[in-house]
Design a protein around this ligand. Structure first.
Ligand SMILES: [Mn+2]
Length: 258
């Protein structure tokens, strides 16, 4: 299984990393046959072209399926931020900007992405799963425990979060964004393994794979030195966010079968 962390509009780095890993060809078409590839969320903000990023993922989903493979995509908090900004605009929110729109802008929102966020693209985002079980691993955007608030199974969490994104309930969106700002839940040497272990016991999987917090912030490395996943929390957690918007080149993680 292949996994790519938070792209944040870095389309050029994204395609370079996918090509280096042999997953796409020179025309950016799926060349990975029956392989499985997951994107970990946060396609937008802080980088130039989030729309190109999701358009490529959507075309890879079709091409991979036709080849007998699979390209999956998780929901990240920045994907919720842009949807919320589009839907609620200047309505008050609990975010850093005081409104949904200014909170998205403060988080690196790009006006050109919003301009091109068509109803069809927005609907694709609203239907993305918040978590997935794949080959014995639990794939989740954030290194956080709040997912339990939304359900006690993968299906229940995905159903409830998607229902919020299809609703006009601004308070529920606001609460979701507030939860989604949590991170680093598994970093504590003593508490981390127990926390991630409880999530794995609840939802299934033997390893918790996440993006959201760049690897160099977890291991105090330099962003341009990150070229592989970070396995931590007693081997139970795998961080894959290369920090592409912070100077990381980006990479595709190839996770061996458990
Ligand atoms: Mn994130």
């Amino acid at each position: 299984m292949y996994v790519m962390g938070d792209v944040h509009g870095q389309y050029v780095k994204m395609t370079a990393a996918l090509r280096t890993a042999g997953l796409i060809d020179d025309g950016n078409h799926w060349s990975a046959g029956t392989a499985t590839l997951w994107f970990m969320g946060d396609y937008f903000d802080r980088g130039p072209d989030g729309i190109a990023v999701i358009d490529l993922i959507r075309s890879l989903q079709v091409e991979a399926a036709a080849a007998g493979g699979r390209a999956g995509a998780l929901l990240g908090n920045h994907d919720v931020l842009i949807l919320a900004a589009q839907r609620f605009g200047k309505r008050p929110s609990g975010g850093p900007g005081g409104t949904f729109l200014s909170s998205w802008q403060l988080n690196g929102g790009e006006a050109s992405d919003m301009d091109r966020l068509t109803p069809e693209r927005a609907e694709w985002l609203r239907d993305l799963p918040a978590m997935a079980l794949e080959s014995g691993r639990l794939l989740v955007h954030a290194d956080a425990t709040f997912y339990q608030v939304y359900g006690r199974s993968v299906e229940s969490v995905n159903r409830h979060i998607s229902a919020i994104l299809h609703s006009g309930d601004a308070a529920a969106w606001d609460q979701l964004l507030d939860y989604f700002s949590q991170r680093r839940a598994f970093q504590d040497r003593d508490l981390g393994p127990a926390r991630v272990g409880r999530l794995l016991a609840l939802y299934g999987g033997r390893q918790f794979v996440h993006g959201h917090t760049p690897i160099y912030k977890l291991n105090n490395d330099r962003p341009d030195c990150v070229s592989c996943p970070l396995i931590y929390a007693g081997g139970l957690a795998v961080a894959v966010d290369a920090g592409m918007y912070l100077g990381g080149c980006g990479f595709v993680a190839c996770l061996p079968d458990l």
